[in-house]
Design a binder for this molecule. Structure first.
Ligand SMILES: N[C@@H](CCC(=O)N[C@@H](CS)C(=O)NCC(=O)O)C(=O)O
Length: 247
């Protein structure tokens, strides 16, 4: 099967990318065994939305947005992402994915870019920028993220509220997972989507405040380890399974 190319941003903390959405997509591609190359972007994304991930398919088409990419590939490869699941289970999966992507994600952004993680993040993310201009570039980028968080609304709330929201989201994920290995009982895209932010937090050597909250839930920590051991055991976190350059 010819490989597609995933375009994503920097590998950090042992993950293929600093972006939970890139990690989600790559994890799902590994789950369903669709081969890909990983293209590490050094400049701005060339997607229409300006966001990552986006992919270039072997026939030259470009797709963007992790969920659109995933749904399109599933349809084209004859994969039913919800095979064997009831309507109720699908609905729960949809809600958990939204929680990870539209709520917990923003707390992670805030934790990294504005709050406790920033001193480490600004060093790690911008280490490729020449030292004399690094503080300026980092401050400029941080201002952009601050504006996004303000627009989203979370950035206007007190710190305690943000941490509380993250605490509630993590509790909900922990309760949903319970003693199961996978959120819906069998591995699905929901596990990939939830792994995205959880892996960033758990691999959170950026020193943020979300990691201790996650570590209050042994089952979530075990879940992160389980996904990593099953789909990322090749020890080549930032490269695709079919990338000839990886060997
Ligand atoms: N809904 C999109 C979200 C993608 C997204 O927000 N990506 C972030 C990185 S985690 C991004 O590219 N941010 C750059 C920006 O917003 O300018 C997806 O699922 O792919």
């Amino acid at each position: 099967m010819p490989a597609l190319t995933v375009h994503g941003i920097s590998p950090v903390f042992g993950l293929c990318s600093a972006s939970p959405f890139v990690v989600k997509l790559c994890t799902w591609l590994r789950m369903v065994e669709i081969p890909y190359h990983y293209d590490l972007l050094h400049g701005l994304p060339k997607s229409k939305t300006g966001k990552v991930p986006y992919v270039t398919l072997p026939d030259g088409r470009t797709l963007e947005d992790s969920q659109v990419i995933l749904a399109t590939l599933a349809a084209e490869h004859g994969i039913d992402p919800w095979a064997g699941l009831s309507a109720g289970e699908r609905a729960r999966g949809h809600a958990l994915r939204r929680l990870a992507e539209d709520s917990l994600y923003w707390a992670l952004v805030w934790d990294r870019w504005i709050d406790a993680g920033w001193p480490v993040v600004k060093e790690q993310y911008f280490r490729g920028v020449p030292a004399p201009v690094r503080p300026l570039v980092a401050a400029y980028a941080q201002r952009g993220v601050r504006t996004m968080l303000h627009g989203q609304g979370l950035g206007r709330r007190p710190r305690a509220d943000l941490l509380d929201q993250a605490r509630q989201d993590l509790q909900c994920l922990a309760d949903s997972l319970g003693a199961q290995d996978w959120l819906l009982g069998v591995p699905t895209l929901v596990d990939a989507a939830v792994y995205g932010p959880l892996a960033q937090i758990h691999g959170g050597t950026y020193g943020g405040d979300l990691r201790p909250l996650l570590e209050q839930h042994d089952n979530l920590v075990a879940f992160v380890d389980r996904v990593r051991d099953r789909w990322w055991a090749d020890g080549k976190p930032h490269r695709g399974t079919a990338d000839p350059r990886q060997d």
